[in-house]
Design a protein around this ligand. Structure first.
Ligand SMILES: *Cc1c(COP(=O)(O)O)cnc(C)c1O
Length: 334
């Protein structure tokens, strides 16, 4: 089925740029590294959730919703962008924040937490990690209904089949850009979290027979669990689109750069964030793209991506959270 059959709102002006990482490639030696700048998508601060929200918010509007409800971690980019989409559409928005790191919520924290306030979150409920998230969101939806509102629940990361269509669209976009530029890639590397980005890309590349393997870099879960999650969502996304699903063997989600856990720092992440900033003028983030770039750097150094091969790193955003990680990332003490 054509993507154009699905209702969609437009939040990004044009295709996001694909740029060479010349200085980083020369520094590492070996494969030729490029970046697709999905940190430059639309809505407040941009990032990968913008592409998913184009389909999810269109569906919410179709259903006559007046309030979006979603969930994320305490520095969630997805919550920031859902709030921004809600504001732009004249909808209300309520957040459930999950303390994946115990006691990590601080009402006065900067980064995305400050932006939740600035973007006008109607309500914020904070829960401990491990609670039944979908039950909590249903209860929030009941509360909206009790007040006469019409809620629409968006899952964490916008990662259901409808949201993943945003990354099927991204795969189509990047293949068109590559064709126009006469630029063929041998690998794609991206962060793999709630799985919608990774799964959508796999479906979009598979349905076009692109033959470009995707290496996901996990930010939270063990390899087998994450690969299962990505494949399940890819199968659901392919079914929604009525195309053939990618095989399980196409799913690679490496666990080597998670470190002690979700959102917890690693030396490799800090190194990657500093290297991209100082060598390429590109801001990554501490939770997702810093760890994914650490994977990209190590795999290039180890020769897993070989000299003469071209590798595309998908920058999924996250820089608006950087200020919350300042003590960790600053090189000069104040
Ligand atoms: C959510 C997020 C990811 C992970 O994408 P998923 O679709 O959840 O796997 C990567 N990078 C950033 C900056 C994110 O906010």
């Amino acid at each position: 089925m054509q993507l154009a059959r699905f209702p969609r709102r437009r939040y990004t002006h044009a295709a996001t740029p694909i740029q060479p990482l010349d200085r980083l490639s020369a520094h590492l030696g070996g494969a030729e590294l490029w970046i697709k700048r999905d940190d430059l998508t639309g809505l407040a601060g941009g990032g990968n959730k913008t592409r998913k929200l184009e389909f999810l918010v269109a569906d919410a509007l179709d259903q006559g919703a007046d309030t979006l409800i979603t969930v994320g971690a305490v520095q969630s980019n997805h919550c920031r962008l859902t709030l921004a989409a809600a504001a732009a559409e004249g909808l209300k928005c309520r957040l459930l924040l999950e303390q994946r790191v115990p006691s990590s919520y601080r009402a006065d924290a900067s980064g995305n937490n400050f932006l939740f306030d600035l973007l006008g979150a109607e309500a914020i409920e904070v829960v401990d990690g491990g609670v039944d998230i979908s039950a909590r969101m249903s209860a929030m939806a009941d509360a909206v209904r009790a007040q006469g509102g019409r809620p629409y629940i968006i899952p964490g990361g916008g990662s259901n089949a409808l949201g993943a269509l945003g990354y099927v669209a991204c795969a189509q976009e990047l293949l068109t850009q590559c064709f126009e530029a006469g630029l063929a890639f041998d690998h794609i590397v991206c962060a793999s979290g709630s799985a919608g980005t990774h799964a959508g890309l796999l479906v979009g590349l598979h349905m076009s027979n692109a033959g470009i393997p995707v290496t996901g870099v996990n930010v939270r879960r063990p390899r087998a669990e994450q690969e299962g999650n990505v494949h399940k969502l890819a199968v659901e996304t392919a079914a929604l689109l009525q195309v053939a699903a990618p095989p399980r063997s196409a799913v690679t989600a490496l666990e080597s750069w998670v470190g002690p856990g979700y959102s917890l720092p690693t030396p490799e992440m800090i190194e990657a964030v500093r290297t991209f900033a100082r060598m390429e003028g590109v801001l990554l983030d501490a939770v997702y793209t810093g760890k994914a770039a650490a994977g990209l750097i190590d795999l290039t150094r180890e020769g897993r991506f070989k000299a003469g091969e071209r590798v595309l790193f998908l920058h999924t955003g996250g820089a608006p959270s950087l200020s919350a990680f300042e003590p960790l990332l600053r090189t000069q003490t104040k």
